[in-house]
Design a protein around this ligand. Structure first.
Ligand code: SAM
Length: 381
């Protein structure tokens, strides 16, 4: 966005009563920062002080879409699909849209791999992130084809400018990177201004820094209220912690950045009891009794112990031969306890082989070796 777009946005907010509401002058202002735009403190702000309050009339959520010109054709759509169409149509309307000041400050892309070129994506060949990205793009593509056939093409009067898959992907990326984590599904909403807050790894408190509340004692209008989790000096940026639980792959997909912290490095191992297993029924029963299923996903975190049920599940999957007696129903209540320790040498050897083979095959998709990768990252720094 340009300097003038940011000025217009700020003017729009102040016309709407946001920038000059309860506390004047406002504690923060949108400014250019290394992360794009951000919220910069205009004075010292104390911990937990409210920095931004945005009334519901400025949110873009399913109600906004329903009340708009395209509302009548968006009834059955998923909230994110409806909001995406709304954003794209308002964008196409240009200065005829009352949302223009907000739309004009939205980035054209983030660094999320969903926006990368083929060539850029080839750099992450072999990673789990790449397969996630391909899956996500296929999903967005299929949703696009559906909504194009069902809504866009049959309503040319409403959608006079064409909407492409890339436009739709942009809207998906905008929602993914800007919607506050608990505002998902039916509650999905874009909150202009509040959505300019950037993430900092140094904020580790998981306390909720925002809430939705009634505007005042006599008003039923809702406002979105955002607080700073820490004290901020005048001129510094206000930050929050987006999500402590997200892996680097999830951060990359959602926001287009990662953190160099071991516990963000996660590989999700998928294991399953195959139907061709001679003990399929018994194994499935045991897995289900212990809160797992036919397919189980285990997040292996760099530098952390393995997920507690991963080894027992692996031992169960590999169980056979003379160890199969453990599957008999008389052991049903105690078998998991047995699986928490090695069952037999043969079983333990099998799980080692299975995991080693899985690692080898996963690593073989990379086009460089670990040594080459390390040498390369050394050259880069
Ligand atoms: N900076 C955004 C803008 O210019 O509109 C406002 C925040 S928006 C909710 C989230 C996006 O901000 C992310 O997708 C990423 O592009 C950027 N961002 C936020 N925190 C960041 C960080 N710590 N490092 C790099 N980029 C960050």
């Amino acid at each position: 966005p340009s300097e003038s777009a940011v000025r217009d946005f700020w003017q729009w907010l102040s016309d709407e009563g946001v920038a000059n509401s309860s506390s004047s002058p406002p504690p923060v202002k949108p400014e250019f920062v290394p992360e794009g735009l951000g919220l910069v403190a205009q004075r010292d702000i104390t911990k937990n002080e409210v920095v931004v309050e945005v009334p519901k009339k400025l949110w873009i959520n399913p109600d906004t879409v329903a009340a708009s010109d395209i509302g009548r054709v968006c009834g059955g759509l998923k909230p994110w699909v409806a909001i995406s169409l709304f954003l794209l149509r308002e964008k196409a309307l240009g200065s005829a849209s009352s949302w223009r000041p907000y739309l004009d400050i939205l980035p054209l892309a983030t660094d999320s791999p969903i926006f990368w070129s083929e060539e850029e994506l080839s750099e992450i060949q072999g990673t789990q992130l790449l397969s996630t990205i391909m899956g996500v793009k296929e999903f967005v593509q299929s949703e696009f084809i559906k909504v194009e056939d069902d809504v866009i093409l049959p309503n040319k009067d409403l959608f006079s400018s064409p909407i492409t898959f890339n436009d739709f992907l942009w809207a998906f990326g905008i929602l993914r990177s800007r919607a506050f984590p608990r505002l998902r599904g039916e509650n999905l909403a874009l909150i202009p201004l509040a959505d300019l807050i950037n993430h900092s790894s140094s904020i580790t408190s998981e306390d909720s820094f925002w809430e939705i509340k009634g505007k005042g004692f006599f008003s039923r209008e809702l406002i979105f209220s955002l607080r700073t989790p820490i004290y901020v000096k005048a001129g510094d940026q206000v930050y929050i912690q987006y999500d402590l639980a997200k892996s680097n792959a999830e951060l990359a997909l959602d926001y287009g950045f990662i953190e160099s912290r071991q516990d963000r490095e996660v590989y999700t191992l998928t294991l399953e009891i195959t139907e061709s297993d001679p003990f399929y029924g018994d194994k499935l029963d045991i897995a289900e009794t212990n809160g797992l299923g036919e397919t189980a996903y285990f997040d292996v975190i760099l530098g952390s112990p393995l997920p507690p049920s991963m080894l027992p599940y692996l031992r169960l999957v590999a169980l056979g031969g003379t160890d199969a007696f453990l599957l008999e129903s008389i052991f049903r209540n105690s078998v998991w306890g047995h699986l928490e320790l090695p069952v037999s040498r043969a079983n333990e050897e099998t799980i080692c082989r299975v995991v080693r083979d899985a690692c080898k095959s996963a690593l073989s998709a990379y086009h460089t070796t670990i040594e080459e990768g390390l040498a390369y990252s050394f050259l880069e720094t």
